[in-house]
Design a protein around this ligand. Sequence first.
Ligand code: ADP
Ligand code: MG
Length: 613
Amino acid sequence: PTEPEHVRSTSHDAPARPELHPTMLRRFLAYYKPERGLLIADTVCALVIAGIDLAFPSILRALTGGLFMEGRNAILGALGYIALGLVVMYLVRMGCRYFVSAQGHIMGARMESRMRQDLFDQYERFCFTYFDRVNSGDMMSRVVNDLFDICEAAHHVPEWIIICGVEIIGAFIILATISPVLTGVMALVTAVFVVIMVRQNLRMREVFADNRRKISEVNSQLQDSLAGMRVVKSFANEGTERAKFRHSNARYLDSKVAQYHAMGAYQATSALMTGALFTVIVVVGGLLVAQGSMTAVDMATFALYISLFTTPIETLVNSTENIQKAIAGFKRMDEVMLTMPDIEDAPDARPLKVTDGAIEYRDVCFSYEDEELGSDRAGRPVIDHLNLSIRPGETIALVGPSGGGKTTTCSLLPRFYDVTSGAITIDGQDVRSVTQESLRQAIGLVQQDVYLFDGTIGENIAYGRPDATPDEIVEAARRANIHAFIESLPDGYDTVVGERGSRLSGGQKQRVAIARVFLKDPAILILDEATSALDNESEEAVQESLERLARDRTTIIIAHRLSTIKNADEIATVERGRVVERGTHEELLERDGTYARYYRMQFEGARAGSSLR
Ligand code: ADP
Ligand code: MG
């Protein structure tokens, strides 16, 4: 009755992320919010630039059409003021240009940086099911490559839309006052081209999205080959890996080629538009001048405005490329942001209070397959009505066939996965009702493969508790039987371990991992095949420190060498996701069940081995 079955559903409407607007565009625009001041200043500067650019041909027209016709004295008298006016105007324009370029880009970079952080934070929120499913190269790609174009687009787009929009509309209005007929014809020609370009533009969007997927494939392939380089080398499979990489690299190239075809077509259309407009001016303008309904100066003004008119259109055309790229990137980020973490703290989650360290698995069922995905193995139970209660401070060993569900049983305790039904409690508190942070603080985990971060040995030990003092680190290392070894290194605790700890042996890495857990000092301990990968000699050293670690803590130990668990208070055999028998070593031998069979197998194996020597 105390089972919080509701946790799964309510965790979904917990106030997890701010600013989740219904549409992607609104979510994008939300990133402008903190930059409001900068965006306004940027906009004003962009407007000033547009205004000045727009004014210049008109000023020239006024001068040539008016002042310059009035004779030498009038020109000389006014020229000084005109020059001063122009200089001031262009200095202001220069200042604005600087602001737009520098501050605008900085604003874009800040938005990009915040998005990157948000995406990283989101990845940190996900739980094991997500990382089981998603490739790390793909994640890298989304965080790094996909956000590259955001900065450019974020600041140029408003600027371009404003400057170009004002210039195009302004130019049209000015031209319309000069010659409505010629302007009308130009507008018609422009409209035809814009329609064509918009259609080409839609095609570009697909191409850019494809680009993103292909570069992500390259990244995934790269990440997989590099991370597995030692395996690659040991199988002498460099050729296979090269071929795989060549394949994804070639697919990326194909996608790029498609991109440049699309871009070329686009640029060609825009170039043709400029030519078409000039032709219209010459032909239609010429007709109008010949008719006497327009002066030659006005026609020249049209030609001047043409560049003021086609340049922004071309800029807008080109900017769509940036916009499309940014959209493609933001969309891939957005997909991740919209994914709900499977496991979240319940809204009323409290910190776990460990009083004794009693653990209880009550009728627990679990399967890895997501039912929603409808896989053919959907819902295959890995844990099947498992019951297990562990007394405070007890060391219980789980034994059983490989794939029987021992590791899975342990993964459910720190809530790496949530049970499908049933419940797991620690001192009476359901693990789903407490905060994940407090829960995982209370549990220490030592596994077969140890992950060390690239850094020093000292830093890696301190990972167990980042605020540990150097003395505490040394003490932890001592208890983990690794202090003497570290001292023997030339750089001691400052020795760099290499990526994934590649410069340490398996036993050394394992002891660093144990030292970490000593520092963390959890009330509950899980040892999952912690010594299985080690040779006999290092196993002994590790075993001793593990026994020290397990003292006074509730401990679940999984080991396939039964000699290492003989001293456990109790042993439970796990088969097909169930506890099939349970008792002390002696009791189980007497019972003559699965455990007894295993034990005899290993015991006789060892005897046979020793008699061979
Ligand atoms: P044990 O530790 O007893 O060897 P596990 O708990 O690791 O067994 O595995 C139990 C079953 O669950 C196995 O059939 C295994 O294939 C499956 N399994 C383990 N981890 C995953 C996972 N992350 N995703 C899907 N299936 C898994
Ligand atoms: Mg296992």
